[in-house]
Design a binder for this molecule. Sequence first.
Ligand code: FAD
Length: 426
Amino acid sequence: MPGRVVVVGGGVVGACCAYYLAKSGARVTVLDRGRFGMGCSHANCGYVCPSHVLPLAAPGAVWSTLKTLFKRNSPLKVRPATALANLGWFLGFARRCNERDMLAAGRAIQALLNSSRSLFDELIRQEGIDCEWEARGLLFVFQTPKAFEHYAHTDELLRGRFGMGARRFDGDAVSALEPALKSGLAGGYLYEGDAHLRPDRLMGELRRVLLSLGVEVREDCPATGFVRQDGKATAVRTPAGDVPGDQFVIATGAWTPLLNAELGCRVPIQPGKGYSITYPRPAVCPSYPLIFEEHRVAVTPFRTGYRLGSTMEFAGYDDRLNRDRLSILTEGARPYLRELPAGPAEEEWWGWRPMTYDGLPVIDFAPAAANVLIAAGHNMLGLSMATATGRLAAEMLGDGKPHIDAAPYALKRSGERPRVSGPRGV
Ligand SMILES: Cc1cc2nc3c(=O)[nH]c(=O)nc-3n(C[C@H](O)[C@H](O)[C@H](O)COP(=O)(O)OP(=O)(O)OC[C@H]3O[C@@H](n4cnc5c(N)ncnc54)[C@H](O)[C@@H]3O)c2cc1C
C-alpha cells in the first residue's frame, strides 16, 4: 500500500497523481513552490484531445525548426543560444524526426491519451466537477487549398495507423458547420472524439476534490531535495522544514531538470514557452474549439470566456511576457474569424510546456532513490494525459497492475543511458 505520499508539484499532473493516490488509500500531501494550479496548467487551451497522437519530432521538423532560427516572429521559435546550450536535447529531437520513431512515439502517446479521455469522463461525472467540460470535438481549419490537401496525408495516417479519422468539410461546408468562421476558407477536419474544458476551473475543482479526500496542499513550499537513507528518500527538503513520506512523486513539469542532481539523472526536459489571451465571449463566438494549423493558433470557446492560445518558443527559463508573441495569436486568428476579440483582455498569460525531445513524458523511478517516481515532461498534452498519468503513478506506487505499459515512458530511452548531472537551466 502507498502509505504517506508526497507529491511535489501542484499542476494538473501532480493533482491527478494526488487524486488517484488518495483514492487508493494513500495519505497525500501536495507541495508547490508557488500556488497550486498556477503553472502551465493554468491558462492553456483546455483541449483533451486524443487526436493529437503525433509528436513534434516528425519527418521535416528539423528543417522547419532550423528556419525559425532566422525568423523574428515565427509561431515556433528557437533562440540560437538556447539551441547551443542544450545541443544534446536538440540532437535527440533531430534524430527522432523520422517516420519510424514518430509512429513509435505516437503509439505510446495514444495509450495515455485514450485512457485519459475516458478517465476524464469518469472523474468529472463521479466528482461532480464543474469545469465547463464539452465533448464537441475539435475542428482543424485551413485557409489555403494547398495546406488543406497537404493535411489530407496526415489525416490518412491518423486514420490508417491510429484509427483516428476525422470528418472532412470542403470549402464553405466548414463555415456552414461553424458560422463564426469567415466564408472562403479551404476546409476543415473535425475530430469528434476530442473534448475541451476551462483549465483554471478544472484546477480549482481538483483542489476542492483533493481537500475533500483529506489531501493536504502546501503552497509557497519549494522542494529543494531529499533526505535519504539506504537508497530511499525519507522526506522532501523544503525551506519550511522536511516533509516526511514513504513514497514521492515529482510532478514539477518544466522545472524538473532543476532537481536533476537530487534525482540522479538528467531529465530530458526543455521549457517550451507558449502564450494565451483570454477575452470575454464575443457576440459571434465559435461553438467548436478551433485550430488554425497554418498560423498555429488555437481558439477555445468557454461558457464564461474565449481564449486564443499557442506559439512555442525555446528560450530557456525566460520568464518575461513578450507582447510580440501575443500579437501572433490575434494576427493569426484574423484570416479565419468573422469577429475578432475586441476590448481589453481578461488575462494575458504565458506558460512553460515541459518538452521532451521525443514527445513522451517520463514516468519512471529516479535513479537516486527507489521510492521517488518522476511524472513529468508531458509536452503540449499535459492536460490531455493527466488522468492516465495519475492513475498509472498510483498503480506503480501501489499494488495495482499498471493499466497501460509504462515501458515507453522510462528514463532510459531507445538504449540511452540516463546520465547523472547537476542542475541546469534557470
Ligand atoms: C499556450 C499553451 C496551450 C496549451 N494547451 C494545451 C491543451 O489544449 N491541452 C493539453 O493537453 N495541454 C496543453 N498545454 C500543455 C499543458 O499546459 C502542460 O503540458 C501541462 O500543464 C503540464 O502540467 P504539469 O502538471 O506537468 O506542469 P505545471 O502545470 O507547470 O505544474 C508544475 C508545478 O510544479 C511546481 N513546481 C516546480 N518546481 C517545484 C519545486 N521544486 N517544488 C515544489 N513545486 C514545484 C510549479 O510551481 C507548478 O505549479 C498547453 C500549454 C501552453 C503553454
